[in-house]
Design a protein around this ligand. Structure first.
Ligand SMILES: Nc1ncnc2c1ncn2[C@@H]1O[C@H](COP(=O)(O)OP(=O)(O)OP(=O)(O)O)[C@@H](O)[C@H]1O
Length: 291
């Protein structure tokens, strides 16, 4: 299910311009949306979900215009949304909570709800915990309940906003692998500020900075942005003063620095293969200097 965004602007009351003339096409499959804090990701997700009106511009999801009342209803039927701050009722069980949300979504038939909820608990790997109260769930388990509620109406578009923040490494990996499994025929739009999550799950991505699109394309293309500008150097002295230090690891009597810089940060620095994180940092450096 394709998302077509054209000249999208959102200015909040008070004057903050969260989206500034955004043009973006999102294809079917798993798609990453990266950006630092305040870049406009949540604003975009909320507009897609029909929860927030843009100031101007158009957003079409599967051909329906989200900004028109008819279109918004059509899109809401096709879209599942996991917000950053999904509130759950700690005294409900996972099954009870999903049943409650299903009723709110208008799934009136009890046998249908029971069957659907059973299937979804299986999909998100929570069948064994289905009748436990949410109070005792880990962060990753709560997010998986969140995905299950987003999938209740079997949407063709799944929008997930920073779902792995605060999860431990194993939960993060399990969660993002589950998202890949859900992509297939669906579009899964994964908004995050964790570069590694996109590197491990998406073929293509967009990067936002201050409400503008600063990159759109494949993961390989963003990695290539850092070709020839990632260096390592080991020194007993302080960190190199040019470029952006990506990592600093104690190494013998000194420290091994990984640096993104347009020229060698030290005479004996050597270039290394870039990662997506390096590509992202190189891009952000360029975007910062351009503004
Ligand atoms: N309701 C609001 N009223 C006024 N300004 C807002 C509101 N919501 C967001 N903003 C501002 O809009 C900008 C974009 O915020 P948004 O939450 O969309 O960014 P984000 O990329 O999701 O950030 P984060 O990664 O921190 O969640 C920020 O400057 C933010 O302070």
């Amino acid at each position: 299910m394709r998302i077509e965004i054209s000249r999208l602007t959102k200015t909040y009351r008070g004057g903050v311009r969260a989206l500034d003339g955004l043009d973006l096409d999102v294809p079917t499959g798993m798609y990453g949306l990266l950006g630092s804090n305040g870049a406009g990701k949540t604003t975009l997700m909320r507009i897609l979900a029909g929860l927030l009106r843009p100031t101007s511009g158009t957003v079409r999801v599967g051909g329906h215009d989200v900004t028109a009342p008819d279109g918004r209803l059509a899109v809401q039927r096709e879209l599942g949304y996991l917000p950053q701050d999904l509130g759950v009722y700690p005294d409900l069980t996972a099954r009870g909570f999903l049943d409650y949300i299903a009723l709110l979504k208008g799934l009136d038939s009890r046998p249908f709800r029971q069957r659907r909820i059973g299937e979804l608990l299986e999909v998100v790997g929570l069948s064994d915990a289905a009748d436990r109260k949410l109070r005792g769930f880990s962060g990753g388990m709560v997010r998986r309940v969140g995905i299950a509620q987003a999938l209740l109406a079997d949407p063709r578009l799944l929008v997930v906003d920073e779902p792995t923040t605060g999860l431990d490494p194993e939960e993060r990996i399990r969660f993002r692998t589950m998202l890949v499994g859900l992509a297939g025929e669906r579009t899964v739009l994964l908004s995050t500020n964790i570069v590694e999550d996109v590197a491990q799950t998406c073929r293509s991505l967009a990067v936002l900075a201050r409400g503008r699109l600063v990159f759109e394309g494949t993961v390989e293309r963003l990695v290539a942005r850092a070709e020839g500008v990632v260096w390592t150097v080991t020194t007993p002295g302080p960190a190199p003063s040019t470029g952006r230090v990506v990592s600093a690891v104690p190494d013998g009597a000194g420290t091994r620095y990984r640096v993104v810089a347009s020229s060698a940060p030290e005479p004996d620095a050597e270039t290394v293969e870039p990662t997506l994180e390096d590509g992202y940092l190189a891009l952000m450096e360029t975007a910062r200097h351009a503004s």
